[in-house]
Design a protein around this ligand. Structure first.
Ligand code: URP
Ligand code: ZN
Ligand code: ZN
Ligand code: ZN
Length: 478
């Protein structure tokens, strides 16, 4: 068993920061040497296998990205990162755990969808991983199987009020599934957009000759997000099922969450870096020499990037400060422009939806610390501690304390990261949605279960390092 001592750094948690040394023994954290600790004053440097000097740097729990879609079949193609490439990219960016979505659609058995996801991931991941279950087809079989998911460590499932004909569930189906969730402790995750309304608006735009990616944003109006968010909250209220709204981008949807939370309902929301930084005008409306006005396809995702003029982005930052939103995940769902996004040339509805960001979440959120949008502690809370609590992994993940997994990132606030095109990221994509972003910080060292997997811009991990995590029930409920 390898022992590692991280010395001289500032250990940051969701609730504070302190100068402390961290001792890793095998795959666990053995001790945090700060005032009050038994081992403080003992010189361990000679007795450990390795000493890492973290002077001037932050020592934080490894990032947890609770919303990724490796290899997701979508729009006639599949997300371009495999579990191997996507988890390696995540590791590069300081994320040591992902929670991906196993898929079940109409007519399929939930067990089969889940088994397939285990097959895709097993032995291929660089970091630990868990699964949520997508229930795309609510029927007697899926309703009967849902309670068994809890025993398998799949304690959350996602339903869709969008994408009619693909993953969509109507209110009756959602109600029935939520009743099962309320009985079993499963956390209901909701894609909250009114899909039938959006599809009519999209069809009308196409009929009027408006086929560019920009129109994806015009079709997916904020009212469709606010309305669906409200409806999901009411269905949660009727059934008593705790509810987690994924990828929130409209300020009006946040308002619905805030009202429900003020009433004491178990309702939570996540946003993603793209909804904090990017916009309808600048990205969906972009054009380039290579792609013309199809350039915006790089940023076609759902919910869509919203108008900066309407102030959604500022409101998302605010909601992260006030805890109206609790978490930041990426919704990592990468597609290449050539051969994937370009399926939608001439019809924005055919552009596979998704952005790749799994590698950049910690950096992008750290830039929010630099600009004063969030505190250092909130950064750790949003990207690691709350995801661990929300999805039943806290204690093992999300915190630096004795007994926790040895998932630790050493982050250098004096370093610099330029995010860009071509070879400067590790995701399997032919472009970057984040080209040109400059971060005043740097992921220096990434340790997963006691093993250094990223060290000074060198990758030392291997596929198969990561294992499936059987998650418990949410530890975040009111
Ligand atoms: O555009 C997105 N978000 N693609 C992934 C599927 C989903 O709805 O999360
Ligand atoms: Zn979604
Ligand atoms: Zn998603
Ligand atoms: Zn550095």
């Amino acid at each position: 068993m390898t022992t590692t001592l991280i010395t001289g750094g500032t250990v940051v948690s969701a609730t504070g920061r302190s100068h402390a040394d961290v001792l890793l023994d095998g795959d666990k954290i053995a001790a945090v040497l700060r005032p009050g600790s038994e081992l403080l004053g003992t010189d361990l440097t000679a007795s450990v296998d390795r000493v890492i000097d973290a002077s001037g740097k932050y020592v934080i729990p490894g990032g947890i990205d609770a919303h990724t879609h490796m290899q997701l079949p979508f729009g006639g193609t599949a997300a371009s990162d495999t579990f191997e490439t996507g988890t390696r990219a995540a590791a590069w960016g300081g994320t040591t755990t992902i929670v991906d979505f196993a898929v079940q659609t109409y007519g399929e058995r939930v067990e089969d969808g889940l088994a397939k996801w285990h097959e895709l991931a097993a032995g291929n991941c660089a970091i630990d991983y868990g699964f949520h279950q997508i229930i795309g087809g609510v029927d007697d079989n899926s309703l009967a199987v849902m309670p068994k998911l809890v025993d398998e460590g799949i304690t959350s499932f996602k339903m869709f009020m969008a994408y009619p004909g693909v993953f969509y569930s109507d209110d009756a189906k959602i109600l029935k599934a939520m009743q099962v969730a309320a009985d079993t402790g499963l956390l209901t995750m909701m894609h909250a957009e009114n899909g039938p309304v959006i599809d009519v608006l999209a069809e009308q735009l196409i009929a009027a000759g408006k086929t560019d990616p920009y129109n994806h944003g015009l079709a997916r109006v904020w009212q469709a997000e606010e309305e669906a968010t409200h409806r999901a909250i009411m269905l949660g209220n009727i059934t008593g099922a705790p509810l987690y709204i994924v990828h929130v981008s409209a300020k009006q949807a946040v308002e619905q969450l805030a009202i429900a939370r003020d009433r004491g309902q178990n309702v939570f929301g996540e946003t993603c870096p793209q909804y904090l930084y990017l916009s309808l005008e600048e990205q969906l409306g972009a054009s380039s020499e290579e792609w013309g006005s199809f350039e915006g396809a790089k940023w076609v995702c759902s919910t869509p990037l919203r108008s900066r003029a309407e102030g959604h982005q500022d409101h998302m930052w605010r909601a992260l400060r006030t805890n109206d939103l609790q978490m930041v995940s990426t919704d990592h769902c990468p597609f290449c422009m050539k051969g994937q996004k370009d399926l939608g040339l001439g019809d924005f509805r055919k552009i596979p939806n998704g952005i790749g960001s799994v590698e950049h979440r910690l950096d992008l959120m750290y830039q929010g610390v630099v600009t004063g949008e969030i505190t250092l502690e909130r950064w750790v809370e949003l990207t690691s501690t709350t995801p661990a609590r929300m999805f039943g992994m806290y204690g093992k993940k999300g915190v630096i304390q004795p007994g926790a997994d040895g998932d630790v990132v050493i982050y250098d606030p004096n370093g610099h990261t330029s995010i860009g095109y071509d070879k400067t990221h590790h995701m399997n994509m032919d472009h970057s949605a984040w080209e040109g972003f400059e971060i005043d910080g740097h992921v220096d060292t990434v340790i997963s279960k006691g093993k250094v997997i990223v060290d000074d811009n060198e990758y030392l991990g291997a596929k198969g390092d990561g294992a499936f995590i059987k998650r418990g029930l949410s530890q975040y409920l009111i």
